[in-house]
Ligand binder design. Structure first.
Ligand SMILES: [Fe+2]
Ligand SMILES: [Fe+2]
Length: 199
């Protein structure tokens, strides 16, 4: 089942991607240092790309939330992050051209930083507030064992050990009434330190 919204979203995403990847403005600016080329790029980013994101937050995400709870998987987006990170690591390991290599490394840095922010600002506060100390210990041990098993192999970190939490049945019940105990930090607020285990 598809509909007007799905088709329009795909089309708009393709359009934004195309505009960003055509790189004409970026290349022109890099080649000439032209203030006009930079201005064009900034206009596109703030005039088209950011409004798209804001419209999604205001209208699309509220509609998606209950769909994920009913039919989706909340961590599916993070697994896609890992796929991208693994692909970038693989390409970095086999790329010979220095300029392409530089772009891949910069891309990986950006993707990885965003990924860590999401884990630290969304997942870790939930775990801290709602998972028992015993369950946290079990997961940590499983992740360390997983890390040891994969040491020396190419690839991003793979915290599949998190699945142990479900097996453990150790999730503390959601508090009833009052405000949620675990809310992500406000924009600009520094996320907490990463755990000592695999990052
Ligand atoms: Fe989008
Ligand atoms: Fe991760």
């Amino acid at each position: 089942m598809t509909g007007a919204l799905v088709a329009a979203m795909r089309a708009h995403h393709a359009e934004l991607q195309e505009k960003l990847q055509e790189q004409e403005k970026v290349n022109t600016w890099a080649r000439t240092g032209s203030a006009q080329a930079l201005q064009d790029l900034v206009c596109f980013l703030s005039g088209e790309l950011l409004p798209h994101a804001r419209a999604e937050e205001a209208h699309l995400y509220p509609a998606v939330e209950p769909l994920i709870r009913a039919w989706g998987q909340a961590t599916a987006t993070m697994r896609i992050n890992h796929e991208f990170i693994e692909d970038l690591v693989r390409r970095i390991g086999s790329e010979a051209d220095p300029e392409t290599l530089r772009e891949l490394i910069l891309g990986l840095k950006a993707v990885f930083r965003l990924h860590l922010e999401k884990e630290e600002r969304v997942y870790l506060p939930l775990i801290a507030d709602h998972l028992s100390a015993e369950a946290q210990e079990r997961i940590l041990r499983a992740m360390h064992a997983e890390g040891e098993a994969h040491r020396g192999l190419a690839g991003a970190h793979r915290p599949e050990g998190l699945g142990a939490a479900a097996d453990a049945g150790a999730v503390n019940p959601r508090p009833t009434g009052g405000s949620p105990a675990a809310s992500p930090p406000a924009p600009g607020e520094a996320p907490g330190p990463p755990p000592g285990g695999p990052g």
